[in-house]
Design a protein around this ligand. Structure first.
Ligand code: SF4
Length: 311
């Protein structure tokens, strides 16, 4: 069975390739190893830099960002840009990236920017040279850094997306994929979901339709899910069971939703309650929805602080 394919920075759990000869031990990457196929890359080693090496950084020269080694004033911008372009052009199949945060090479959003030849940084909002090329070329798939993946909600979204993309690639029929993922897709964007629905509802689905459908799945996953849509979807699902439940059960479910709205209850509790209904009423269409378990349950780390769990 195919697993999601990720490209990650090599210094995350794989090799002591940082400038100071260190490696990062990251819990999320350790957890992920069993469930995804990982390819690693260290752009700084790839352009010939040694371990250990002098630190490099991003400097702003007029309106250009440069990758500079301050101790020698060496400019590695062109080498890194060329490597990034060649590497990214030769990737055959990838579902997401996890890059090292704050790195002047791999960083995607929180890299320190320095003025030319000065000691203090002026901002922490830049991108590394390699990271910027990844974001530019692969805007349609999930790209995160290991720092952001420590947050439950960000990780939940990342995992949901890479496993949904993997499901899309594994499933032989877009109709089967659509049936199992309908609630999940709807939770991202109902208008695009309607477009997907009309593609699979056609009498004769040809190769162009399949390609269009797949592209639209990538498009829908680029949207952000919001709480209001999730609550509405859950209410729609629950409505068909209401007539078979007693008042106490209905009130209990309403209370759960109110607690979720006030961020006093995680979304997973609502999902469990709804899933119990699906099992009780033998509703296979609902219980098979990936909305409930978009990725392996073992990847829900118990070490989370719980901060922001109520997405
Ligand atoms: S952050 Fe990127 S370039 Fe730096 S050591 Fe890690 S993999 Fe190599």
């Amino acid at each position: 069975m195919r697993k999601p394919r990720l490209i990650i920075s090599k210094c995350l759990n794989s090799e002591k390739c940082r400038y100071n000869g260190q490696i990062y031990d990251d819990k999320v990457i350790s957890l992920l190893r069993k469930y995804v196929d990982l390819e690693t890359v260290c752009p700084e080693r790839e352009i010939g830099l040694e371990v250990p090496r002098n630190p490099i950084r991003i400097e702003k020269h007029d309106d250009k960002y440069k990758l500079i080694e301050p101790s020698s004033n060496m400019d590695y911008t062109s080498q890194m840009t060329e490597f990034a372009e060649e590497f990214l052009n030769n990737i055959e199949d990838v579902d997401g990236f996890v890059l090292k945060s704050r790195s002047p090479s791999c960083g995607i959003k929180d890299v320190k920017i320095y003025p030319k030849s000065q000691k203090c940084s002026i901002s922490k909002k830049g991108q590394g040279v390699f990271g910027a090329k990844v974001v530019e070329k692969y805007s349609n798939i999930p790209i995160e850094d290991e720092g952001r993946l420590k947050n439950y909600n960000i990780r939940d979204e990342f995992l949901t997306k890479i496993f949904t993309i993997n499901n899309l690639k594994c499933e032989n029929s877009i109709l089967d994929f659509h049936k199992k993922n309908s609630l999940l897709l709807k939770s991202y964007n109902e208008d695009i979901y309607d477009e997907l629905n009309s593609i699979v509802s056609k009498e004769n689905v040809d190769e162009d339709d399949i390609n269009l459908y797949k592209n639209k799945v990538y498009e829908i996953l680029n949207n952000k899910r919001d709480k209001i849509t999730k609550i509405r979807l859950i209410k729609d699902c629950f409505r068909k069971y209401e007539a078979y439940l007693n008042e106490e059960e209905r009130d209990y479910f309403d209370d759960l939703l109110k607690l979720y709205e006030k961020e006093k209850m995680p979304f997973s509790s609502i999902m469990v309650a709804l899933q119990i209904c699906a099992i009780r009423f033998d509703d296979k269409d609902l219980s098979n929805q990936t909305f409930f378990n978009p990725y392996p349950i073992e990847l829900i780390s118990i070490t989370d602080s719980g901060k922001g769990r109520n997405l």
